[in-house]
Design a protein around this ligand. Structure first.
Ligand code: TXA
Ligand code: MG
Length: 328
């Protein structure tokens, strides 16, 4: 299959046409690029799993372009869920609700709940609107690879497996949406993102954060290795350890690189690095792109531990997975 990359109105029209004919299309969102299909066409949904090589027990998120579509997908919206919908949608959040009977079990991998997200990205909104149906979409990467934040990332990873990539430029948030489960008694964050636990707790009184085994069962995707670069990767919060490890790797004929803040990079002399900026939203926006670039030119990524403040905690959630928990 030939993969074409288009932008503008032509991209949207061709994309909507492919969706109507039961195909899959890659489109941009403010978090990461998604690979989408008609939520109400199980044959089309199955193609997403094939293109990604995704295990069939990992459910998909349904993307909407207006809030009326929520009632097509969910059978019940609690008052607390409504608070989150009013406050954070459209935006980088996915809300888990009890699913309606309209939704086939291949979308939710047999679960009785469904993830719903309304992207704020203008191109995503226009695309979903033109399709006329909710669009289920996981991140547009081959299963276990790094999520894409540009059309080029998608093309490099998935060319030949998808007919069309709608190019909407670089994703401005850069890490996947926060997932909050509102289907049970206590709102629970299953995946941290740019909308933080503190922001959610301010609206809801309290939220439970994702912790260990209990949530593994509820977010099947959590059990898979995710966001992994093709090369080795390890994390450290100590710049001296980063530098000495870099030098040892070099002496042993490796090609290391350091992904770090602007602040760290100023201390380096003769060291290859990728600077991802100096504040949490900037680092989130640039981190996947840095990993995409690093894996092309090096065989060992040393990555700074950015700590737990604000969105940094969500960035670290991805980096710990990417490195398989390896620390220096
Ligand atoms: O920002 C995002 O959310 C991006 C863009 C494209 O919207 N999408 C995305 O999808 O990250 P994906 O498939 O890569 O990650 C979805 C995660 C998976 O870990 C999955 O297990 C979880 O959401 N999930 C989906 N439906 C669920 C449900 N009903 N209950 C619990 N977890 C669910
Ligand atoms: Mg993903």
């Amino acid at each position: 299959m030939q993969t074409i990359v288009l932008d503008g109105q032509q991209a949207l029209q061709e994309g909507a046409e492919i969706i109507k004919q039961g195909g899959v299309v890659v489109f941009p969102t403010e978090t990461v690029y998604g690979i989408g299909a008609n939520a109400f066409n199980p044959q089309a949904v199955k193609q997403i799993y094939i293109a990604k090589g995704r295990p069939s027990d990992n459910p998909l998120i349904a993307h909407i372009s207006n809030k009326q579509q929520i009632s097509l997908l969910a059978r019940e919206i609690s008052p607390q869920a409504q608070v989150i919908i009013d406050k954070f949608m459209p935006g980088a959040i996915t809300i888990i609700l009890p699913k309606s009977n309209n939704v086939d079990k291949c979308v939710t991998a047999g679960l009785d709940t469904i993830g719903i997200r309304m992207p704020s990205h203008e191109v995503a909104q226009q695309f979903i609107e033109m399709c006329g149906v909710p669009i289920v979409a996981p991140s547009a990467n081959t299963s276990t690879h790094i999520s894409p934040t540009s059309a080029k990332h998608v093309y490099e990873d998935m060319q030949g497996k998808i007919p069309l990539i709608i190019d909407g430029g670089e994703c401005q948030v850069g890490i996947e949406s926060t997932i909050i489960d509102m289907s049970g008694q206590t709102p629970t964050i299953l995946r941290p993102g740019a909308i933080t636990a503190q922001m959610l707790a301010q609206e809801l009184g309290q939220v439970q954060t994702f912790k260990g085994e209990v949530v593994v069962a509820k977010a099947p995707g959590m059990k898979y290795k995710h966001y992994a670069p093709k090369c080795d990767m390890a994390i450290t919060d100590d710049i001296n350890i980063a530098i000495s490890t870099y030098k040892t790797l070099l002496e042993n004929k490796n090609i290391p690189i350091i992904i770090c803040s602007t602040q760290w990079s100023k201390e380096f002399d003769g060291i290859k690095f990728i600077d991802v900026g100096n504040n949490d939203s900037e680092v989130a926006r640039k981190i996947y792109s840095a990993m995409h670039s690093a894996q092309k030119i090096s065989n060992f990524i040393i990555c700074q531990d950015f700590g737990k403040d604000g969105i940094y905690s969500s960035v670290m959630n991805r980096l710990v997975k990417a490195s398989g928990g390896k620390r220096l």
